[in-house]
Each structure stands twice: as structure tokens, then as C-alpha cells.
Design a binder for this molecule. Structure first.
Ligand code: COA
Ligand code: AMP
Length: 635
């Protein structure tokens, strides 16, 4: 069957507002919009102005009226603890109401911020929905971040309440969350009024009298009292959440998501982009701390009336490389969304896919990959072994849903390996040179999106309109800068090749090398440093640090390297996967003093490189090459 994509995209181009007004009919509104798009509001305009709605109502309550009360809404499958828990839509509503009532009794109301710092437990999703029900703004912080990262987010979001847990579970290791939480609250200038702590049986924690409240106790009390909490009407343009993502410094950017446009975009994407029907099981194997978790573990599947899987475990080692197939088979998953790195890990453990035939994957229709460039080898391996379409799609925390994709619901387009396919309605994607001129098809350049961004994209950064303008809109007037470099081929397919800033992508996790440099530079023996991302077979990229020690430091360089590694783990978190540091005599620089990180990266990745014309001292690159080769890098 021919794809409807080209017609649908052309329809959006002809009448963008009509397109989104039609899509918005799939959402229940308390009050309709005055304007579909009001260019006079916000930084570049706002969607569905004047409308009132509630995201929790659309994700939960309306499915009860729509006949889904007894359908499973959410399954927590923990391969680490060997436990499974499921909630029908009716049960999910009861849980969300009990928690919403509990947090309302702690003084949280519309517009107040709540930080959620939790492992992959059902309560993390319930907490997000409870905030949405009250019109409170949640900010989920990934559990793999350390206390300092959490503290930075506390100071920016200024939450009244933090919801956390006693521990998270990594393979073979219990991660105590409470010391990280307490450390963050100590470090932060802003202090939350209360912390709600979910005690997990694997490791309980002490509660601080007067500040901490036991999650299970308080929710049980609300349940017993038969608490009710109606969904609070909020403006479509009110924030649903703030999600911090790496910027070019250690200060993360608070990406704001609104309520109305977000629901419209996600609901549309489930049917048309992911080709999933209400009632089917959808699994995004990510973490609620990332945008993929927000959009495709929690909000999109629930808005669409699907069953969503919240998985606590890894693709390998928990217990083996068949873990993903077990989950698909057991829960009748029709579509899995994960990062290519997960498949590289599986491929490495089980190169022939020998574990796959042990599971009934008859319901499984499509594999979606995003978060980093999907390398053709991994796609082909998955196609060969799973015998389903493997779809690469490209998006960012800022957009909240795919910018480009092979739209399965509209009819699959031919796959081009290495390309996340074509722009979705809402996105007029262009490639510009550094001076802002359009480049010919097939030419690499800055990938940008013509304003306005579609519903669901960030309207601004939290309390930082000017930073939003500076970071995204200033360089190419009239466009949003994605900070990705790529090209569009003659068939209109996009190819996303690299970042144009210092962000690196480690196992699908977005991290700032600038942020890591800030931490490395704190070591008392370090005079200067550089952190680059180098190619890694499994994680895509990993960071590699270079340090120049202060004159007169007599200590053993290897000990200092170990301390620097420890410092990054302590200040940013284990998720940075910062495990390589090289003490070098000097760093290569231009005559104006800019560190030649790009050239160092090319040497480490064994890519062709040319001596930069502006280099101060070419001999330093030889020293760097020798230092890398001594560690077996770039050999
Ligand atoms: N809380 C505490 N620590 C965490 C954590 C969490 N929520 N998540 C990860 N970590 C720790 C890990 O234990 C690991 O610590 P270690 O250095 O002591 O081993 C470190 O952070 C790096 O974790 P991770 O990136 O998960 O790497 P890994 O080597 O443990 O596993 C993969 C590699 C490929 C299996 C894993 O990265 C993976 O499953 N990736 C899927 C991609 C994904 O979910 N991307 C999200 C965006 S779609
Ligand atoms: P995040 O905000 O964490 O989702 O990271 C977004 C960044 O990940 C993008 O700007 C890209 O650099 C990269 N990325 C995400 N998906 C893809 C993809 N399908 N292909 C290439 N790069 C991708």
C-alpha cells in the first residue's frame, strides 16, 4: 500500500493551523481554544491559546468513561527483582488520586514544582500523573545523576516537594538514593518543604523527622479515607513539566513542556508515526528520567489508551540477552522503542540471535530506534533476526516527539540505512551553512527547523526566555537551531551525522563535555583540561579526558587520573561513563588559545584529519597521538 505520508505532509504545509486543529479533536478539552496558534504570545508564539485541559484527565480518566477501565494501563516489569505489577486504568486512577491527594495535603497546588528523583518503579509514573492532575509542574531527574546535578536542578526548579525512593537497582548493585537526595538538599540553596520517600524492600533508609514522609503510609491513609481529587483545569499553555537536559555548560537547560500542544502532538504520533492502536501494548525501553520515558513510557501510550511497559533492567545481563524478547512475548508488545546501543549490547552477547526463537514474538510488529545515530549494521542485524521493520527516528528533548521518522501509521516509506527518514508534519527542516544560507541537497550543514515549532515542542526554557533565544533562535534568525549537523538527500531523506556543539551521546544519554570539563578543572592538581567524546563500539561514544597538571606536582599521574575519574562520578554520576583520563604535558591549541578538541577526537577515532592552519605548535598533536596510542586508543 502506498504511503499517505506525502499527502499528509503537503496538507500540513497548506494549512498548518487546520492540520493541528484537526489533530486536537482527539483530545478532550475543558474549554476550547480561542486561537490554534497565537504568534503574538510567548517567544515565537503559543499553541491552543485560551484552551483549558488536563493531561491526567486525558491520560487516565477519560479511558474509564471510554470502556477501558479494566484494560491494563501500566505494567511494571522488573527483571532485576523478578517482580511484575500491573494496573488497569481504573486502578491507575485510584493510585494517582491517592497520591495527588497526599501531595495536595502537603501544600502542592497548580503551578508548584515537584521534583521526582526515582528509579524505574511504577510510582515514578504515578507521581508524574498525580502532579499533572493537580496542575503542578513535575521535573523528573534521572536516577543515575549525582547529588550535585540534582542540587542544580533543585535550585533552578525550586520545588515545594521532592518525591524519591530509598534505592535504585543496578545489576549486582543497590544504589542508595537517600544519601544522594540528602546531599543534594544540603548543597542546594533552595530547600523543599517535604520529601516523600518510597521505601523499597531491597534497602530501606532513615527518614528525616519533620521533612521526610513515608510514601506508602501517606498514600494508604488517603486510600482508606476515600480521598478524591478532580483534575484541575489548566491553560493549554501552562507547563506540564520541566525536563533538564545538557547544554554546553554545566548548567543544564530546563526544557518546558506545555499541556495542550504536548497532548495533541503525542496522540497524533502514536497512531500516525508509530502505527499503534489504542488497546495495544507499547514498550519504550528507556528511563522515566529521559524525554523518551516522559513521552513514550508515560504520556503518549496512556493518552492513546495503550498498555505501557515500565521496565527495570538492562537489555543484557538481567539475566541475559533474551530479556527484551521475554518482555515482548509476555506482554504482547506490538512496538518496542529503544536506543541503538541496547541492540549493540544484545548483538555483542548473542551475535546469532540464538535466544530469539525461544520466545513468541508473533504480536511484535515494529522496532523503533532513536536517541543516537542508528548504525546500519545494527539495523540490519535487528531486521535479519527479528524480521520486522526497524525504524530509525530523530528527535530531541526539546521537541518531545520525532522530528523525522518513517511514519508507520501513514504507510512505511522505503528504508535508507543511516537516515532517520523524512520530516514529520509540523517540521520544515532545512540545512544551512554557517552564514545562514541554504545549502544544496546532499551538502552537510546545520540542521534547523523553520519557526514556529509545532505543538509539543518547547515554548521556552524554564524562567529563561533570553537563554532560549540565545541558545536556539539567535544564530539562524527565523529558525530553531537543532545543534545537529546533517544533510537532506535528493529524495528529501534526512541524515543526522553529528552535534555542532560539545554534547556527546553516551549509550543514548545526552551529556555535556563542557560540564565534565568544569568538574575535572576542580581537581587541585589540574592546570587545564579538555574532554572529548570518542567512538565506542557499544555506547556509540564515551568521554575521554586530557589533563595538564600544575607545574611542580610531584604525585603519581595515575593516582591523579583515578581521582579525576572519581570526581566526575561523584559530581555528575556514573551515567557519564567517564573512565579514561590521560595526563599530558600540553594541550593542542590555536594561536588564539582555542583547544583543538575536534582534531583530538579525529585522532582518537582514527579519522582523517588535516593540520589546522591556525595551530600554535604542531608537535603537540604528536604528543597527543602517542598518549592515546599508549592507551590503545586510535591505534
Ligand atoms: N541509577 C543509578 N545508576 C545508574 C542508573 C540509575 N538509574 N542508570 C545507569 N546507572 C549507572 C550504571 O550502573 C553504570 O554504572 P557503572 O559505571 O558502575 O557500571 C553507569 O551508570 C552507566 O550506565 P549505562 O549507561 O546503563 O551503561 P551500562 O554499561 O550499565 O549498560 C547498556 C550499557 C547499553 C546496556 C545500557 O546503556 C542500555 O541499556 N542502554 C539503553 C539505552 C537507553 O536506555 N537510552 C536512554 C535514551 S532512549
Ligand atoms: P536527547 O535530547 O537526549 O534526546 O538527545 C538528542 C540528540 O541525540 C540529537 O540532537 C541528536 O544529536 C541525537 N539523536 C537522537 N536521535 C537520533 C537519530 N535517530 N539519529 C542521529 N542522532 C540522533
Amino acid at each position: 500500500m502506498a504511503s499517505r505520508y506525502h499527502d499528509v505532509y503537503a496538507g500540513w504545509q497548506r494549512d498548518p493551523e487546520g492540520f493541528w486543529a484537526d489533530a486536537a479533536r482527539d483530545i478532550d478539552w475543558f474549554k476550547p481554544w480561542d486561537r490554534v496558534f497565537d504568534a503574538s504570545q510567548g517567544v515565537y508564539g503559543r499553541w491552543f491559546t485560551g484552551a483549558e485541559c488536563n493531561t491526567c484527565y486525558n491520560a487516565v480518566d477519560r479511558h474509564l468513561a471510554g470502556g477501558r477501565a479494566d484494560q491494563v494501563a501500566l505494567i511494571h516489569d522488573s527483571t532485576i527483582t523478578g517482580t511484575k505489577r500491573s494496573f488497569t486504568y481504573a486502578e491507575l486512577k485510584r493510585e494517582v488520586i491517592a497520591l495527588a491527594s497526599a501531595i495536595r495535603n502537603q501544600g502542592v497546588g497548580k503551578g508548584d514544582r515537584v521534583i521526582i528523583y526515582m528509579p524505574m518503579v511504577a510510582e515514578a509514573a504515578i507521581a508524574m500523573l498525580a502532579c499533572a492532575r493537580l496542575g503542578a509542574v513535575h521535573s523528573v531527574v534521572f536516577g543515575g545523576f549525582a547529588a550535585k546535578e540534582l542540587a542544580t536542578r533543585i535550585d533552578d526548579a525550586k520545588p515545594k516537594l521532592i518525591i524519591s525512593a530509598s534505592c535504585g537497582l543496578e545489576p549486582g548493585r543497590v544504589v542508595a538514593y537517600k544519601p544522594l537526595l540528602d546531599g543534594a538538599v544540603d548543597l542546594a540553596r533552595h530547600k523543599p518543604d517535604r520529601c516523600l520517600i518510597l521505601q523499597r524492600p531491597q534497602q530501606a533508609c532513615d527518614l528525616i523527622q519533620g521533612r521526610d514522609v513515608d510514601y506508602a503510609d501517606i498514600v494508604a491513609r488517603e486510600r482508606a479515607a476515600g480521598a478524591n481529587v478532580d483534575c484541575v483545569p489548566v491553560a493549554a499553555t501552562d507547563p506540564l513539566y520541566v525536563l533538564y537536559t545538557s547544554g554546553t555548560t554545566g548548567q543544564p537547560k530546563g526544557v518546558v513542556r506545555d499541556n495542550g500542544g504536548h497532548m495533541v502532538a503525542l496522540k497524533w504520533s502514536m497512531e500516525n508515526e508509530f502505527g499503534v492502536k489504542p488497546g495495544e501494548a507499547f514498550w519504550a525501553a528507556s528511563d522515566v528520567g529521559w524525554v523518551v520515558g516522559h513521552s513514550y513510557i508515560v504520556y503518549a501510550p496512556l493518552l492513546h489508551g495503550c498498555t505501557s511497559i515500565l521496565y527495570e533492567g538492562k537489555p543484557v545481563g538481567t539475566p541475559d540477552a533474551g530479556a527484551f524478547w521475554r518482555v515482548i512475548a509476555e506482554h504482547g508488545v506490538v512496538a518496542l522503542f529503544t536506543a541503538p546501543t541496547a541492540f549493540r549490547a544484545i548483538k555483542k552477547e548473542d551475535p546469532q540471535g540464538a535466544l530469539i526463537p525461544n520466545y513468541d514474538l508473533s504480536k511484535f510488529r515494529t522496532l523503533f530506534l532513536a536517541g543516537e545515530r542508528a548504525d546500519p549494521e545494527t539495523i540490519k542485524w535487528a531486521e535479519r533476526n527479528l524480521k520486522v521493520p526497524v525504524i530509525d527516528h530523530w528527535w530531541q528533548t526539546e521537541t518531545g516527539s520525532p522530528i523525522s521518522q518513517n511514519p508507520m501509521g501513514l504507510g512505511q516509506l522505503p528504508v535508507k540505512y543511516g537516515s532517520p527518514c523524512v520530516p514529520m508534519p509540523g517540521y520544515d527542516v532545512q540545512v544551512l551553512d554557517d552564514a545562514g544560507h541554504a545549502v544544496p541537497r546532499g551538502t552537510l550543514g546545520n540542521v534547523v527547523v523553520r519557526l514556529p515549532l509545532p505543538p509539543g515542542c518547547l515554548p521556552t526554557l524554564w524562567n529563561a526566555d533570553q537563554r532560549f533565544r540565545d541558545a536556539y533562535l539567535a544564530e539562524f534568525p527565523g529558525y530553531y537551531k537543532t545543534a545537529d549537523a546533517g544533510y537532506i538527500d535528493h529524495d528529501g531523506y534526512l541524515f543526522i551525522m553529528a552535534r555542532t556543539d560539545d554534547i556527546i551521546n553516551v549509550a543514548g544519554h545526552r551529556l555535556s563535555t563542557g560540564g565534565m570539563e568544569e568538574v575535572v578543572a576542580e581537581h587541585p592538581d589540574v592546570a587545564e583540561c579538555a574532554v572529548i567524546g570518542i567512538a565506542d563500539e557499544m555506547k556509540g561514544q564515551v568521554p575521554c579526558g586530557f589533563v595538564v597538571l600544575n607545574a611542580g606536582v610531584a604525585r603519581d599521574a595515575a593516582s591523579i587520573e583515578r581521582e579525576v575519574i572519581g570526581l566526575v562520578r561523584e559530581k555528575i554520576g556514573p551515567v557519564a561513563a567517564f573512565k579514561t583520563v590521560l595526563a599530558v604535558k600540553r594541550l593542542p591549541k590555536t594561536r588564539s588559545g582555542k583547544i583543538l578538541r575536534g582534531t583530538m577526537q579525529k585522532i582518537a577515532d582514527k579519522e582523517a584529519w588535516a593540520m589546522p592552519a591556525t595551530i600554535d605548535d604542531p608537535a603537540i598533536l604528536d604528543e597527543i597521538t602517542v598518549a592515546l596510542h599508549e592507551r590503545g586508543i586510535g591505534v
